[in-house]
Ligand binder design. Structure first.
Ligand SMILES: Cc1ncc(COP(=O)(O)O)c(C=O)c1O
Length: 452
């Protein structure tokens, strides 16, 4: 019989960790106070206040799988910039490519030699022949949606409830009793979400068929396994149904590999033989320097080229960005794909992911905690229900902010950084077995305290 969390005990444990955090981080606190004089909420972006401590840890230096804070504490980083630094921090090959290109011109309105190399390498990895570049995965998704609408002449996008694809207006949708609604905390939506979007539950083939049958969906935008509300893999056969139904109903299929690149060098798409019309990705492909890409099939590339030919100019049509495809981003992408996120690196990282998952599962079983762990390649996440959820709404229902806060702060106070708003850990090429075992030990200590 699995055990319940004792809430009063959890409250006491959390308070003790909060006090310890404040006592150990005087310099971070000072910098946070200083930041409040000029920055809204004291930090560059509002989500930086949502770490588990009373203020964020300020970073002095980061390298590989570790960073040091301004109070001199060293941490193993299982968050790596929420995937932006899945390469490890400042990997030497990327840093050298950046330094070299920075001396030779950062941005022009012209291509450099690196662009074709990167296009060919992405083609080799993901199996799609044509590529374009952006600065963020958000933009790669936005441009993909626009192009899908343009070439199909259809108005809507289908997404999965509780997905996240960046700050893309059309995607902030959930499904409530079969209706598409805005998700909570959507800041200033331009129009009612139901005008632009259909949201359905992940892994529900019937709902997908019904939504596509209306013939108004330009594209499905999907992570191949959900990762932003915990990891929720597709059920067996779901991707086959998704591809067959999108083809049957004339809807394009866009697969967002921004996080699921953790599944291997060609993401989930290559690891599982998917055949999307578009692939989008960003975050780690240039080692954390802003860079993103979207690829398309030969058939879709032909349709887009024909459509663009009908326009007088392509520079103010809603696809672009002055710095997109700049020389520095492409040099960093070439350095990263060529020498850091290699096939061999993924082999090591995935083995470490397996070790991390096994450690977490042993601790959960030993304490009969009503939790589970899920792994996708080198990404592992634990969730607060006994069995894995089937879809985003089931996962959202088990969010437990207090418990999450305690586990994050307990880990942080022992030199381990987990990903905020998640219980996620990502292995990078510099992560070691000892780093993984440190987490397992600390996680065991946390559960000893919670379930004495
Ligand atoms: C699956 C997915 N796609 C796209 C994005 C957007 O990435 P960015 O914020 O770098 O634009 C994110 C961000 O978390 C993501 O998780």
């Amino acid at each position: 019989m699995a055990r319940e969390v004792d809430r009063p005990r959890l409250g006491e444990l959390l308070r003790a960790e909060e006090e310890r955090f404040v006592a150990q981080h005087p310099r971070s606190r000072e910098l946070f106070e200083q930041g409040r004089q000029s920055l809204l909420a004291g930090v560059p972006m509002p989500w930086m206040t949502e770490w588990a401590g009373a203020f964020p840890v300020f970073v002095a230096e980061a390298s590989g799988a570790r960073f040091t804070d301004v109070d001199g504490h060293s941490y193993v980083d299982f968050c790596p910039g929420d995937t932006g630094a899945m390469t490890g921090h400042s990997p030497p090959a990327t840093a050298e490519a950046i330094a070299e290109q920075a001396r030779r011109g950062v941005t022009l309105m012209l291509p450099t030699e690196d662009s074709a190399w990167v296009g060919e390498e992405l083609g080799r990895r993901f199996g799609l022949p044509y590529w374009q570049f952006a600065l963020t995965a958000t933009d790669a998704n936005r441009f993909t949606i626009r192009l899908a609408r343009a070439i199909t002449g259809r108005p809507k996008v289908l997404v999965y409830a509780w997905c996240y694809h960046g700050t893309v207006d059309e995607t902030f949708a959930i499904a409530v009793e079969g209706e598409t609604r805005s998700r909570p905390d959507n800041v200033g939506p331009p129009v009612d979400l139901a005008e632009t979007t259909k949201a359905i539950e992940w892994n529900d083939v019937n709902a997908l068929d019904a939504a596509l049958a209306e013939g108004d969906v330009a594209c499905v935008l999907a992570e191949p396994a959900m990762t932003n509300i915990g990891i929720i893999p597709p059920e067996p056969g779901y991707h086959d149904a998704l591809r067959a139904l999108t083809r049957e109903h004339g809807t394009l299929l866009a697969i967002d590999e921004t996080h699921t690149i953790c599944a291997g060098p060609g993401g989930y798409t290559r690891a599982h033989g998917l055949e999307p019309d578009f692939v989008t990705l960003g975050k780690p492909i240039a080692g954390g320097v802003p860079a993103a890409a979207y690829g398309m099939s030969a058939e879709v590339g032909g349709r887009i080229a024909a459509y663009l030919d009908t326009l007088e100019t392509s520079d103010v049509g809603g696809i672009g960005g002055t710095l997109s495809g700049n020389a520095l981003s492409l040099a960093a992408t070439r350095g990263t794909l060529g020498q850091v996120l290699t096939d061999e690196a993924f082999e090591r990282m995935i083995a470490l992911g397996e070790r991390f998952e096994a450690g977490v599962n042993e601790v959960i079983a030993a304490h009969e905690a009503p939790w589970h762990a899920t792994r996708l390649g080198c990404r592992v996440e634990y969730g607060f229900r006994e069995t894995p959820p089937r879809n985003g709404s089931e996962a959202a229902a088990t969010t437990d902010r207090e418990l999450e806060r305690f586990l994050h702060l307990h880990a942080l106070n022992r030199g381990i950084l987990m990903t905020p708003f998640h219980n996620m850990a990502l292995m990078c090429p510099a992560t070691t077995e000892a780093d993984v075992d440190d987490h397992t030990r600390a996680f065991g200590d946390a559960l000893n305290a919670l379930f004495p």
